[in-house]
Design a protein around this ligand. Structure first.
Ligand code: GDP
Ligand code: MN
Length: 380
């Protein structure tokens, strides 16, 4: 689960990480009041659950309350990466001398939590990693020992911090690590962590993702969920208890089982295309759930073909077929669909789909090839 910048920063503040004073507004008038209360130049920031707001024009500096109101009017309602801005954060503007990066993430390959620092803050860290990887300093954290003081110091020296902020940096590093661990986060990031004109450190931006599997232990965070701000497809998927991850490709995939879903994505790539999503409908999916999954897949305009790969066990092939047909009755689509169903009641399922003139396949290889061909308009 993602939380907004203002929520992440308030959480960070509970761990004694310094953040700017500010407030959240949903209207220009509220923005004006917050700016007037702060009584200093402010920064008006779009609160959407994606990064890169600065580049998209979602962050503006303003010197007085009237200007803050008009900045808020411009930002509210704006679309950033497909999400509509419904809230803005009005923060005391920081006097920025230097922008640093500090983040905690899980390094799955090493099975360790890693803290990363960089002198190149304020820009996309993926960009830094790609163009100047030597500018990212890492500390691999032992789960039993936690972040050690020497590691925080190594990070500080590694990113070339000035002597007089090294102590403060150490405190922030420990705090961020605690915030990450205690909240079952999968990411906790301050980008930029700024050095201000008067030589202090300040978390100007904050980002935090919480591991969904740990959410039941953090009702305070679950309560932060801003349903209206979440991606529509992800919201529908969660409501239907589907595991769905949107990707960049063109083959929509509907599969039962996470491992099978990954194998399906691999084989789509093997035959020269890219999957549009990861979608696991889970075991024993009923027709209505299948229908909802298909609706979610088809909502993505990039999808040029759909590949169903169903391994019937508890899930029944004919039940899945009914779901597909049910969804197709109400969906007006000409996206070609290829189905491969094996296992429990596969024959019945295949027959139902064949009768509805859907493309069926005998093997996964056959199905993937047909789906890729269909996406290119080379089939049927
Ligand atoms: P993001 O683009 O979504 O990551 O949003 P950020 O909160 O990181 O802001 C992007 C950039 O806007 C920062 O790297 C800063 O350069 C600038 N910025 C943000 N807040 C302030 C501020 O209070 N004062 C100044 N001068 N610049 C700011
Ligand atoms: Mn940022």
């Amino acid at each position: 689960m993602k939380i907004h910048e203002y929520q992440a920063k308030r959480l960070f503040a509970k761990y004694d990480i310094p953040i700017p004073e500010g407030g959240v507004a949903e209207t220009p008038e509220e923005a004006r009041k917050i700016a007037a209360r702060l009584g200093v130049p402010v920064v008006v920031k779009a609160q959407v659950l994606v990064g890169g707001r600065g580049k998209a024009g979602g962050i503006r500096l303003s010197s007085n309350p009237d200007d803050a109101a008009s900045c808020a009017a411009k930002i509210l309602g704006m679309e950033i990466k497909g999400l509509t801005v419904k809230k803005v954060l009005i923060d005391e503007a920081a006097d920025i001398q230097d922008e640093l990066y500090l983040g905690v993430v899980l390094d799955r390959a090493n099975r360790r939590v890693v803290m990363m620092g960089s002198s190149e803050g304020g820009v996309d860290i993926e960009e830094v990693a790609a163009s100047t990887p030597e500018k990212i300093v890492r500390a691999t954290i032992d789960p039993l020992l936690g972040l050690r003081d020497f590691q925080a110091r190594e990070l500080a020296y590694g990113i070339g911090l000035d002597k007089n902020v090294i102590r403060a940096f150490g405190v922030i590093a420990h705090s961020l690590y605690r915030a990450y661990m205690e909240n079952d986060a999968s990411l906790a990031e301050i980008n930029p962590l700024v050095v201000t004109g008067d030589g202090k450190l300040l978390a100007v931006d904050g980002k935090m993702n919480i591991d969904d599997s740990g959410l039941f232990r953090h009702l305070n965070i679950e309560a932060m969920r801003d349903i209206g701000a979440e991606d529509e497809s992800e919201r529908h998927a969660r409501a239907a208890d589907l595991s769905y991850v949107e990707l960049d490709g063109e083959i929509g995939c509907m599969v039962n089982g996470a491992g099978l879903a990954m194998a399906t994505m691999d084989i789509v790539k093997l035959y020269g295309s890219e999957p549009a999503n990861f979608l696991d409908i889970g075991g024993g999916a009923q027709a209505e759930k299948v229908a909802e999954a298909l609706r979610i897949i088809l909502r993505d305009p990039r999808v040029k073909a759909v590949l169903f790969n169903i391994f019937g066990g508890i899930t029944r092939g004919d039940e899945v077929a009914c779901g597909i047909l049910e969804a197709l009755e109400e969906l007006d689509t000409d996206v070609p669909m290829v189905a491969r169903i094996v296992g429990t009641r596969a024959e019945e399922g295949r027959q139902l789909l064949a009768d509805a003139e859907m493309i069926t396949a005998g093997s996964l290889r056959d199905a993937a090839q047909k789906a890729v061909a269909a996406a290119r308009g080379e089939l049927g």
